[in-house]
Design a protein around this ligand. Structure first.
Ligand SMILES: [Zn+2]
Ligand SMILES: [Zn+2]
Length: 261
């Protein structure tokens, strides 16, 4: 049988302040579990102006060390596994250009979108994760995600169903369908987030992925590993496979990597 996962593009490092272990431990775990590609996508630095501390991302000053550490490991492990160097980040309209300029010199292999806050993070209390009945937050989430994806900068969207709008109504269905349809048109895969699955979060959300299945979206599993043991963890993968079978998803192993520069 085809292995459930051969490539994982969603891996963190301790620089984000909520992940544990060394890069080498993530890589060794990936090799032991048969992965052929391990993509690192730690929470990206964000050059907010005026300066603002997020608390859940690497500092701007750490960017160079993040990349150089991973480049050395990529070369060291080249005959055993392919290491890719990327970032996970939100799309913040007011910071986007400065962000691009910040990371361009490091020539990352890819960027994934994970929209953990709305607006520009520092200027609004609106967040997608707390449960809400507020349609405005749902609509803002979808608008902002799509505006970001239209830039062509992102290779896939992590936990597209992070938005925790609780009414099971036609507004939810319509907004999520709008998101799915545009992602399909843009060729952006939707991630089934295995961290959410491991920790019983509101995502991956069955009603969301039933819409994605109807719309024929491509779906990819992402470990969202914040500790080495969560890279391709077998029980987690088996549960993800059951979820995909139950909802009728079209699962791919590898996104088209859009070189951001
Ligand atoms: Zn994280
Ligand atoms: Zn993540």
């Amino acid at each position: 049988m085809e292995p459930i996962m051969k490539e994982n593009y969603h891996t963190h490092t301790s620089r984000c302040h909520h992940a544990a272990g060394t890069e080498r431990e993530y890589i060794e775990t990936a090799i032991a579990r048969g992965l052929t590609v391990l993509g690192f996508s730690d929470h990206a630095p964000m050059p907010f102006e005026p300066r603002f501390e997020s608390g859940f991302r690497m500092a701007v000053e750490e960017t160079g060390e993040y990349v150089s550490t991973l480049r050395a490991l990529r070369d060291e492990y080249a005959d055993r596994i392919r290491i890719l160097i990327g970032f996970e980040t939100e799309y913040y309209p007011a910071v986007f250009q400065r962000f691009r300029e910040l990371i361009a010199p490091f020539e990352p292999d890819y960027i994934i979108m994970g929209q953990h806050a709305l607006g520009n993070e520092y200027d609004t209390a609106m967040r997608p994760q707390p449960p809400t009945k507020d349609r405005r937050i749902l609509k803002t989430y979808v608008d902002q995600v799509l505006e970001g994806l239209e830039t062509g900068f992102f290779s896939y969207i992590a936990h597209p169903d992070v938005i925790n709008y609780t009414p099971d109504d036609e507004i939810y269905a319509a907004e999520m369908r709008r998101l799915c349809v545009r992602c399909r048109e843009l060729g952006i895969p939707l991630e089934v987030n295995l961290l959410g699955m491991r920790t019983n979060r509101n995502y991956p959300c069955e009603k969301f992925f039933r819409i994605a299945a109807q719309e024929g979206n491509e779906v990819i599993f992402g470990c969202d590993a914040h500790e080495p043991a969560s890279v391709a963890e077998p029980g987690n993968l088996a549960e993800a496979r059951r979820f995909a079978e139950k909802t009728g998803l079209k699962v791919i192993q590898r996104p088209v990597l859009r070189r951001p520069f």
